[in-house]
Design a protein around this ligand. Structure first.
Ligand code: A2P
Length: 268
């Protein structure tokens, strides 16, 4: 039992960590980032997700959230959308530093480096809060040990929704540890679909037209050299999966590594 502003004398359920919120940043009226303390015993692989909840009910609502911080970080970061009437996000969006966040002890997920066979380039395709697992992976030196080039694509409706990714990539390049690895090898390709912006369109259309590759100065995807990870809405996953299959890539899993892996961006 920990006496914090939102937990009171709430009894922490078994199998759950009760951590303290260290910072909260709101990006738009729909998007925000939370950072919490990291339990000393908590281990995860960059790209995995975990269930989180709030200590406000007898049976707290837990939702899957990708861990957005890398596995070496002292804190744990989450990037969330605010779903109107969402049983967790309705309350989560009001969280402030010093509050308690519950986190189940077992992380899992398919967007991990071990699920991909070796390759030259790693493409990370994301829409909306689907960037979260990649925020973890682009900050992990192991990603750059395994791939010569890392391409993070992020597509949102409006330009202000791209801010989290912009800050992430800038901080990553400036970071004394990660910057040395990421340097020019991390490429960021950000597009908007509903607002005028230098780069526009759905990533699936940009792959189909070849514009993504001309803009990056890279050849089209090839199963010989390229690996993919996809995270977004169900529809985005379906269409991006089909696009990658069209280039000859094949979906893998933790127990069967291949040339791309997929995970849905969770909301709720
Ligand atoms: P669009 O504006 O054309 O729908 P959302 O907020 O709905 O999850 O969308 C986030 C971004 O993902 C938007 O830019 C949206 O484009 C894009 N998107 C939505 N569905 C797909 C899809 N099936 N394939 C690729 N991109 C998609």
């Amino acid at each position: 039992v920990r006496p914090t502003s939102n937990a009171g004398s709430y009894e922490i359920p078994a199998g759950v960590f009760a951590e303290t919120v260290t910072s909260v940043q709101h990006y738009t009226d729909r998007l925000f980032k939370i950072r919490i303390t990291r339990p000393a015993s908590f281990r995860f692989r960059s790209g995995e997700f975990v269930m989180i909840g709030l200590p406000n009910a007898e049976k707290p609502v837990f939702r899957a959230y990708s861990i957005a911080s890398p596995s070496w970080d002292e804190e744990i970061e989450f990037y969330s959308i605010k779903v109107p009437g969402g049983p967790l996000t309705e309350h989560l969006q009001k969280i402030v530093p010093g509050d308690t966040l519950l986190m189940r002890k077992k992380p899992t997920g398919t967007l991990v480096l071990d699920a991909l066979v070796p390759g030259k380039r790693l493409y990370m395709f994301s829409t909306g809060t689907g960037i979260a697992p990649f925020a973890s992976l682009v900050r992990d030196p192991e990603t750059y040990d395994k791939f010569e080039e890392v391409i993070l694509t992020h597509t949102c409706r409006d330009a202000d929704e791209l801010q989290y990714g912009m800050d992430l990539v800038r901080e990553c390049r400036e970071d004394p540890l990660v910057g040395e690895f990421a340097g020019d090898r991390l490429k960021h390709y950000a597009t908007c679909t509903r607002e005028t912006y230098p780069f526009m369109g759905r990533i699936t259309d940009l792959m189909a037209s070849g514009k993504l590759f001309t803009d990056l100065g890279l050849p089209p995807l090839s199963p010989e050299t390229d690996r993919g990870m996809i995270c977004g809405s169900m529809e985005m996953l379906k269409d991006t999966r089909a696009a990658l299959e069209g280039f000859g890539l094949e979906e893998g899993a933790n127990n069967r590594p291949s040339t791309f892996v997929v995970e849905r961006a969770f909301v709720g």
